[in-house]
Structures are given as C-alpha cells and as structure tokens.
Design a protein around this ligand. Structure first.
Ligand SMILES: [Zn+2]
Length: 370
C-alpha cells in the first residue's frame, strides 16, 4: 500500500471561483476526507489551482503517443469518437499511467459513405436501414463500445451517402435499449434537427454554413462543438476550389467559422449543456488534423470567446462530461472521487489560458507528470 499524498497550499474550484488555500488528501487513488495523515508524502502546491483532471469528449485515439500527449496537457479522460483501428484503440484502455479511454468503436454511417470507403471503417459499420439498426448496435456491444456514434450527413453536401432519418431513429432506440448513449455527428442545422428528432443524447460539431437561432434549439441535447476542428475545416476545405465554386452557386453552403461560434452561444442561452471536445486525430482521411492534448486548452479558450464564462468552460471539460457520460467517479474534487488532478499556476477561473501553466498531473492518485 502506498503512502497517502497531501497536496498542500492549493486552491480548489468552489462554484464560480477558487476557494482559499487548503490541503487535499489522496489515499488509495481517491480523494480522501478527514484529518491530514502523519505518514503522507507532501506535495507543495505553492498556492496553485487544483483542477479535476480534464476530459476531452471528442478524440480519435489509436496509438500510445496520442494518450502520452493527453497526459502532458492534463487530460486524464479521453472519449474516442470513432476508431477505424479499433483493436489498437481497445488495447490502450485501462493502462496504468494513461488517461481513462472510452470508445464508440465504429460509427454508424450510410452504405457507401466516405467513412467506409475512405476513412477505414469496415463495410459492416454501414447501416442499410431501420431493420439493420439492432444488428449494428449488437455489433458495437459485442466489441465493448462504451456509447454509439452516428454520422448524420447533409444530403445537400456533395459526395454524401446519408443515413435515412428513420434509420437514425432506429439506431437511437436500439442504443437506448442496450443502455448506451448516442452521439451524433452533425454538420448543419438540418442534420441537428434530424438528430434531435431521432432522440440522440449528444451532438458533435457545429454548422459552418449557418448559425442557429435561439428558437431552433428544441428538446434536450448536449453539444460538443469541436470549435478548433470547425475553424480548421473552414480554413482548409472552405478554401478548396470546388467548395468555393459550389458556395458561389449555393450561398447557403458558404463556410464561415463565425456560424459555429454563434451556435455555441445559442446553445448556452438555451441552457443546454456544452462540452469541450477537440476531435484530436492524425487520420490521413480526416478533413483537418488536430493535435492531441494541447488542443483541449485551445478549445477552452474558444468556448470562452464564444460566450462561456471561464468557469463554465472548465465545467465543460470536467464535471459536465462526467455527468453526461455517466463517469460518476470523477469530474469534481470531492471525497471518494478518483484522484485525477491537474495543478496549474495562476487562476483559470479569471484567465482561462492559465490551464496551460501545468505544474503537475495525477491519474488515479499517481503523479504522471511533474
Ligand atoms: Zn471526430
């Protein structure tokens, strides 16, 4: 049994601000209550702010180096949102010293979609119709997927092979019956409406072609906007000649990052949950590469630029994804929770960029970064 650890002279998030300097006790990998133990190893916090380990709610992980980079930047839980190299992803689950990894396994897409033709997902991950939905979900359950990812394409975009709305709804029903959350990739207000009508729990990405009005957000759905990715897509794909030519002909398809920002602001005003996720990937077929780890800090800054308070942005990367995805052992610093912790200089509740000034990272109570 290892010694308990006392993190001394740290400030902990307390509502919208940080509390006075205190000590946090870690015993057997968890935050502990009670008096300071005599035999503890002491870590001097130097008045820094202690945050719950950060959660990246949208990444694509297939190599250990991806998770090493996450650790370096204080990301202690990673939600993989579609793994073309699923066996490699699975092998990275439950590894000591690495972030907790959860995965959607293979995402549902339409037969002949680019996800099966270009992005390396097997043909069996295409769902042929509503009658095929239960088979798809059973396949994901058999490969131990933690939630279900559904790709909802907009038929107006060139080269798409979208799932039919009835098929999407059938997948959501089958997933719920299996006790799994659904996360839908949406790229336009129309696909967002399709997702909400189908009853999915979480949508990810934000439309670049049109912002969302306050009256267009109906039902309850959480949003992982992946703002950094959307900016990258607007810069890369949006500048390609065929896309520019198409948007001249069809102005409704013109890409502008400001629409993504407006959508986040509208979700916030509507009181919906907004979660921090990066779409970190190094897939050759992806529209834009996003680096692992550091991108979550970029995303936090983008969320603040979109109108979230710094504390709301921090919650979007800690307690809210923990609650949304049923990770009830983490997300806050409280007795009994996993000691996934990040110690930073400065006060990120006042200046969100302070999350980058990392002085220490702990996963399950073990220090994984000095
Ligand atoms: Zn993604």
């Amino acid at each position: 049994m290892s010694h308990p650890v006392v993190l001394r002279d740290v400030r902990v998030l307390d509502g919208d601000t940080t509390g006075p300097a205190t000590s946090v006790v870690v015993r057997d990998g968890r935050i502990a209550d009670g008096p300071l133990p005599d035999d503890a190893d002491i870590v001097e916090g130097g008045g820094g702010v202690l945050l719950p380990g950060l959660i990246d709610t949208h990444a694509h992980v297939s190599r250990r180096a991806h998770l090493d980079a996450m650790v370096e930047w204080g990301v202690t839980t990673v939600l993989d949102m579609g793994a073309p190299h699923y066996d490699a992803t699975m092998a990275l689950k439950d590894q000591p010293g690495l972030p907790t990894l959860r995965s959607a396994g293979r995402p549902a897409s339409g037969p002949g979609s680019m996800f099966v033709t270009k992005m390396g997902h097997p043909a069996s991950s295409a769902v042929s119709g509503p009658d095929d939905a239960a088979r798809f979900v059973a396949d994901r359950v058999a490969e131990s997927a933690d939630y279900i990812k559904i790709i909802i394409e907009d038929p107006r975009f060139p080269g798409t092979k979208p799932l039919e709305p009835a098929t999407i709804a059938a997948i959501a029903v089958a997933a719920r019956a299996a006790g799994l959350l659904t996360v839908a990739h949406v790229v336009s207000p129309a696909t967002l409406r399709t997702a909400v009508a189908a009853g999915v729990d979480v949508v990810t990405h934000t439309a670049l072609t049109k912002g969302l009005g306050d009256d267009e957000i109906t039902g309850t759905v959480s949003l992982i906007p992946t703002l950094g990715m959307m900016d990258g897509v607007a810069r890369s794909i949006g500048r390609r000649l065929p896309v520019r030519a198409l948007s001249l002909l069809v102005p409704a398809l013109r890409m502008d990052y400001r629409h993504a920002v407006a959508t986040v602001a509208a979700f916030r005003r509507a009181g919906q949950v907004v979660l921090a996720g990066t779409d970190a990937n190094d897939e050759p077929g992806a529209p834009c590469r996003v680096p692992y780890g550091i991108s979550l800090h970029d995303e936090l800054e983008r969320l603040v630029s979109a109108g979230l308070t710094a504390t709301e942005a921090l919650r979007a990367a800690t307690v809210q994804p923990a609650e949304t995805f049923g990770l009830h052992d983490r997300g806050v610093i409280a007795a009994g929770r996993r000691a996934d912790l990040v110690l930073v200089d400065g006060d990120p509740t006042r200046d969100i960029t302070a999350t980058r000034a990392i002085r220490g990272v702990w996963i399950g109570g073990a220090r994984v970064r000095a």
